[in-house]
Design a protein around this ligand. Sequence first.
Ligand code: ATP
Ligand code: MN
Length: 466
Amino acid sequence: MEGLKRSKIKDLLNGKAGEEVLVKGWVRTKRGNKQLKFIALNDGSTINNIQIVVNAEQFDKDLITAIGTGASIAVKGKLVSSTGSEQLVEVQAEDIELYGACDPMRYPIQKKDTSLEYLRTVAHMRLRTNTFGAILRIRHSMAFAIHKFFNDKGFVYLHTPIITESDAEGAGDMFQVTTMDLSNVPTHKNKIDYSKDFFGKKTSLTVSGQLEGELGATAVGEIYTFGPTFRAENSNTPRHLAEFWMIEPEMAFYDINDNMQLSEEFVKYLVKYALDNCKDDLQFLNDKYDNSLIERLEQVLNTEFVRLSYTEGIEILEKAIAEGHKFEYPVHWGTDLQSEHERYLVETHFGKPVILIDFPKDIKAFYMKLNDDGKTVRGMDILVPKIGEIVGGSEREASLEKLEARITELNMNRKNLEWYIDTRRFGSVPHSGFGLGFERLLLFVTGMSNIRDVIPFPRTPKNAEF
Ligand code: ATP
Ligand code: MN
């Protein structure tokens, strides 16, 4: 096999017949008769397989027998135009090397059960399936597009800490980080003595990089974070993970309207990037799991997101209830909307994504800018079909006086927040930002319905394998 460089199947499928090529990958299927075998080979570069045509007489019988589903092989041969298959070209095998056989009786990825529920039980191997290949490639493309979007706009990628003492407004329950011996915790006056812990204080994994993001934005103007986020969410929903990735842009000199505009442009940019660059994978997912996926994505590109105040949203929901629509959770002015309410607004009422704004201050974080009515704050959530909330953001309270008043009102521990308050104390500016859950975006873009299926190694209550 010397002298030839390995070609990726993705490139070969558009190759010219007549070329001498070398391909390496994993066998998806083998079929055929005694003389002629057809191997569908995949190397992960595309959802599409290349067909290898093997004239069995030219090869060792044991070798051909050992090549089954899941086995890894290298094939040297000639690219020829294909007559039978859907593909334009196939490889006429001249030389085959078996890297690793794969016992068909024990291989966990079997044709007979490829349900997503089953695959979660063999999650260490599920990455080898067409479905997860497609998802991993789309996930990569979205990560790349996120950096490209912000880089093209001149934003600075800011790394915020993963271990932190800040609970970022109580965005979620935290995982504590400690090196203390839990069977012998040091105490002082009957309380845990954190001065003996690694950092000399109580620390946890971050639930949001926003507060540190504001330090960055009020220094270099426009920043974004993109990193792992941890929430000890004890809710086993198809939309929550204990470890997920979040993108949090934060922009000085942006008001709530600038913020909404940017977030809408961002979501549309990512959807368009996926449609332009992940066509085959999206088509595969569309055909296999959700046949309205591509249509829905195209629709999102071509509609303007609705801007709706929370108060108007509640009115619509109350009217729906009056007309006989049943929700599991109650809804009235002052309650936080549940996913079913969000989806009613998006799917049933408007038929397009909605940006919900001006929430009651009591259901939102302390740092959101207070409206003139004294009751609502300038928060904004983007709600999309099938999922509900994918973005949560706000214009931040820029007034030192109002921010301090709110901190006092909520009885928050100021001591840990002085560093944050300094942004308002020294050269405060109007500013805004939002958080996009990366896996929520992926649910939306791939059409999958469980968040455990859009991250390679999901962490949820009672589950942290590998
Ligand atoms: P939800 O009400 O859905 O729990 P949230 O209000 O707690 O969301 P934020 O604190 O605003 O969410 O976080 C910003 C974004 O992060 C959300 O819009 C969502 O996309 C994502 N997100 C939040 N919690 C999770 C989670 N546990 N797993 C995955 N993504 C999440
Ligand atoms: Mn939450």
